[in-house]
Design a protein around this ligand. Structure first.
Ligand code: ZN
Length: 438
């Protein structure tokens, strides 16, 4: 796992230097200046360490200085204190497969891809506790600019990483040229789709994706693959794909694919809510009356989705019914793979029309629990494991030197994953995210 990892080392070193100087600092009031101390919560580090009760997290310049039991961490007099007694803290959630900026409501197209739309969606993800998103395709220069602005203490929206334009060339030459264009951007991942959309379209040929993977690696980039079929998963793994961006949805995952995933150290992103979005609007979905959804939903979009003609089309759609079955297969495979020790990265494929950013991430966690994963497995897939799999080494865990991106809950999500809905505050780079859109 290289590429993105390399680029992030410098800020981590700088943070280390800051820590060093803070440690050697002179007068006490000087070390208190700009220091925030979050006290009293039960803290989960995101990497499977035991929960720290009555913890203190100290933050300076947007980064964590120390995390530990309050008695051990200590804080200079005069530091700004934020009381989190009785609350539960996890690292901010990392979304390993989303899309940012390509749709607005049910509208798509180049006209909606604006800085304003990107910022609106990054603020929306942030309000729901998703503090880092890997946007896997459809990303333009505006997203690359926003990525360049996010190493900042005052950030109050979600961090974005990108895959640029999906590589879909059907010859090796065309595919390599597309990889090169993305590399110029530069992107964090290369994205391909190896799928025939339930037999309705032509699948990317083996020689084209083989060349894409090779060219990506030559440019120091990792490759994320959309897939549907078990046999394609195996072929992609054999060819060197670095990340499986969806579930295997046609058949049960077998020993061969499990062995390949583990041997090649490749992580898989289930995106169960992607399937849900293909059929759930055949009627008025239950979540249309959920306050946790409605607080950020656009009423005009809901009206459009409640249109009886639209519902009828979905009910009669053969694809929708097939994806309903695919969801069952995907859920069973998620449990099989997680039990076998394959690393799971949290993801939803939100962003396209009617895949609601923010809310669907909490729905995905619920579906992962219904598939049989424990709350700890789910939280880790969205924090420490996601960071490790994706090479995001400045986020995803609560440790000195990392960005102070974390979620505060009233109820413990490690007891019951439904408690992510008790989200009481989101902090990015030590700054509180506004609770509602301006
Ligand atoms: Zn996607």
């Amino acid at each position: 796992m290289k590429g993105a990892v390399m680029r992030h080392h410098l800020p981590a070193l700088l943070a280390g230097a800051l820590l060093f100087f803070a440690g050697c600092g002179g007068a006490e009031d000087e070390s208190a200046a700009g220091l925030k101390v979050f006290t009293g919560a039960t803290v989960f580090d995101g990497q499977g360490g035991p929960p720290i009760e009555n913890a203190a997290i100290t933050v300076r310049g947007g980064r964590i200085v120390a995390v530990g039991p309050a008695a051990a961490v200590g804080a200079p007099a005069g530091a700004e204190t934020i009381d989190l007694a009785g609350k539960f803290v996890t690292p901010g959630f990392i979304l390993g497969h989303g899309h940012v900026g390509g749709a607005r409501g049910l509208e798509t197209g180049p006209d909606v891809y604006t800085r304003e739309n990107l910022l609106d969606q990054l603020a929306l993800y942030a309000r729901y506790g998703v503090t880092t998103v890997l946007s896997l395709g459809g990303d333009g220069a505006e997203a690359a600019r926003l990525r360049g602005e996010q190493a900042a203490p005052g950030l109050n929206r979600t961090r974005i990483y990108i895959a640029g334009a999906v590589v879909d060339g059907d010859t090796p030459e065309a595919a390599r040229a597309q990889v090169d264009r993305n590399a110029e951007m530069p992107v964090d991942f290369i994205k391909i789709r190896v799928d025939d959309n339930l037999g309705t379209t032509k699948k990317m040929p083996l020689e084209a994706y083989r060349a894409t993977i090779d060219q990506s690696h030559q440019r120091g980039l990792r490759l994320a693959a959309h897939l549907f079929y078990l046999e394609d998963a195996k072929a992609l793994l054999e060819e060197g794909a670095d990340f499986l961006a969806h579930s295997i949805r046609d058949r049960a995952a077998d020993d061969e694919v499990i062995a390949l995933l583990k041997e090649k150290n490749v992580c898989l992103c289930p995106t169960l809510t992607r399937e849900v979005s293909t059929f759930v609007y055949e009627d008025v979905p239950e979540f249309f009356s959920d306050p946790f959804f409605l607080k950020d939903a656009d009423p005009s979009v809901l009206e459009q989705l409640k249109d009886p003609e639209r519902q009828k089309r979905m009910r009669e759609s053969k694809a929708a019914q097939q994806y309903k079955v695919a969801l069952e297969t995907a859920s069973a495979n998620l449990k099989t793979l997680a039990d076998a020790g394959v690393k799971i990265v949290f993801g939803t494929d939100t962003g396209p029309p009617a895949r609601f950013q923010g809310y669907f991430e909490h729905m995905e966690m619920q579906l992962m629990a219904e598939a049989g994963l424990t709350p700890e497995q789910i939280v880790r897939s969205a924090t420490g494991d996601a960071a490790e799999c994706l090479g995001f080494d400045e986020v995803g865990s609560l440790q000195a030197g990392k960005w102070a991106d974390f979620n505060v809950f009233d109820e413990n999500p490690l007891d019951d994953i439904a408690n992510t809905r008790s989200l009481a505050g989101v902090w990015i780079a030590g700054t509180r995210v506004p609770a509602s859109a301006e």
